[in-house]
Ligand binder design. Sequence first.
Ligand code: F3S
Length: 645
Amino acid sequence: MGQNLAEKIISAHLLSGDMAPGSEIGLKIDQTLTQDATGTMAYLEFEAIGIPRVKTEKSVAYIDHNTLQSGFENADDHKYTQTVAKKIGVDFSRPGNGICHQVHLERYGVPGKTLIGSDSHTPTGGGIGMLAIGAGGLDVAVAMGGGAYYIPMPRVIKVELTGALRPCVSAKDIILAVLRELSVKGGVGAVIEYAGEGVATLSVPERATITNMGAELGATTSIFPSDEITRQFLAAQGREGDFTPLAPDADARYDRVLTVDLGALEPLAACPHSPDNVKPVGELGGIPVDQVCIGSCTNSSLYDMLKVARILKGKTVHPNVSLTISPGSKQVFTMLAENGALADMIAAGARVLECACGPCIGMGQSPKSGGVSLRTFNRNFEGRSGTADAQVYLVSPETAAWSALQGVISDPTEIGDLGGIEMPARFLVNDNLLVAPAAPEEAGAVEVVRGPNIKPYPKTEPLCDHLKKEVVLKVGDNITTDHIMPAGAKVLPYRSNVPKISEFCFTACDPEFPARCKEKQGGIIVGGQNYGQGSSREHAALAPLYLGVKAVIAQSFARIHKANLVNAGILPLEFADAADYEALSLGDELEIVGLIDALKEGGRLTVKNNTRGTQFAVRAELSERQVEMLLCGGLLDYTKKMSER
Ligand code: F3S
C-alpha cells in the first residue's frame, strides 16, 4: 500500500510509535518558530531545561504580536528574546520584519521538513509542503533541545481540488468552503491533504492561506504537495536549493475524501461568531460595514496586497468605513512601495499599518460598539477584536476591498475580471531585520537581559493520589483559549509574567474566577464540548496552573489545549457520560481516590460528588508518557528528569 504525503513525512521523522491511527507517535523536529506572545515563555522554559544551545536545523524567534508599545513590558520581552536567542542559537526576526508565518514561508520553509511553532497557525507552512504543527511553548522548548514532539497519529483527509477559481473568487473562499463542510471540529485528529488538478492553479501563498485556516478546522495540520509551483516560489526567494519534490503515492489510502470544485465556488464569508458559520457573500449584501481590516497571517502576501491595490486604485474608501491594511512582511511592504501599489492604497484612503499581527490579536483597531468589521483574518470569536459586541465577518481580500469601497458587504464578482496581476519572477530579498545568533564559541559571553516583566515559570507539583477540590468554574461548549486567557493590548504585555496575567484568567466568563481560585487554593474546572479550542496559547494552561487548578473535567477537549494542560501538570478528564455534566454546579466538592493507579491502569476513574452524595465516571485518555509527565508535575519536570537519566 502506498503512502500519502503526511505518512511520507511522518515515517521519515518517526522516533517512536508504529503509526497506528490514534496511537502516540514521537517526531523528530527539524525547525521551530516562536512569536513574542508565546515565545518569551518558551525561551524561559528552554533555559529552565538547562540545555545551552538549540539542536534543531533552524529555530526562529519572531516579534510580531506585541508591537504596540505603550509601556516598558513589551520592550523588556523583546530585549530578553533577542539576547536569549543570540545566546542559544536562534535567529531573531526583529519587529518590523513581518508576521511569523508569512516570513517563515518566504525565508525558511523547506518542503518535507517538520516544523513546530508556538502559534496555532504554524500549519501555514503546509503551503510549501512542510509538516507544520502548532504546539505549546513548552513542546517547542523541548524540540529546540532535541527532544521529540508527540502527537496522536492523525487520520488523513484528502481534499481533491478540481477545476480553477473564477475571477474575484480566491483561496480564502476555498478554505471557507471546506470549513462550511467540515465545521470547526471536522479536522480534529486529522491532517488535511490537498490534491487534484486544482492544486497546480494555486501559488504557494494561496496554498498557505488554505493551510493557515486548517487550524480553524481543528486539524493537526494541512499540507499541499511540493511541485513546480513550489520550486518557482523558492527560486523567486533565491532559495531554489531548498526545493524537493513531494507527492503522495498513486495508491495512497485516505480516511475520507472530499471534493471541492473550484469553478463552482462563489465568494464566501464566515459570519459572527465562528469561522464555520459560512454563507455566500451574495446572501449578505446590503449589511452596512463600519470597518475593514486586510492582512494577518492568512491574507497578507504580495499577491493578496496587489489584488487589493488593484481594486482600490483610483477610488475612495466609503465615508462610513475605516480601512486598515497590514502587509505580511517587510518583503511584501517594500515591494508594494517600490511598484507603486502602496501609493494606490494610501490615495484611496487606506490606513496602512506596520507589518505585524495588529488588529488580528486586538492590538489596536477595535471596532466601534456593535460595529460590523470585515476582516481577511482567520478568527472571529466574540470579543477577539477588542469590542465585546462587534460583528466580525471573515472574508477574502477581494470581498474586503470591494466592500470597503461600497460601504456595505458586497460581492466582488461584480467587479468582473481584475485583469492579470503580474507576479515578479524574483522577490526582493533583504534579510537585514533577521539577526543571526552568536557562534557557539562566543555564546558564553552573551548576556541575557531580564527586565522586571520577566518572571520565571510557575511552581509545579507532581499529581497527588488523592484529589479533593471544589468546582471553581463551570463553563459551556466551545470555550476558546481567548475565553480562558484573553489577548488584547491590556493583557498581552504580561505573557512573560504569569502571576500578573493570571489576574485576567477567565474574567470574560466570570470576573470572580481568579479571586475565587486564590481563596479556595485552586480547584477543578468543569467544561462542555471542545474545551480549549482556538490558539496554541499555553498561558491558557499556565494561568490556571498558577491559580492552583488541578484538573479540568470536560465533555471533550481541543487537541493543543489538552496537551498544554498535561504539559502544565493539570489533569484533563472527560465525562464517560456527557449527561453527567448537567448535574455539576459551582462549589460542588469533588473527590477522586487512587488516582495514580487508575491512570496507570487505563484511566477509568470514579469521581465522588461529596456535596450531592452522587458519583460519576470519567476517562483520562492519556499516553503512558503523559501519565509519567503528570506524575512528575508536567513536561518541564519530566524533561529535566529524562535528561538526568
Ligand atoms: Fe498573528 Fe493573527 Fe496570525 S495574531 S500569527 S496574524 S492569527
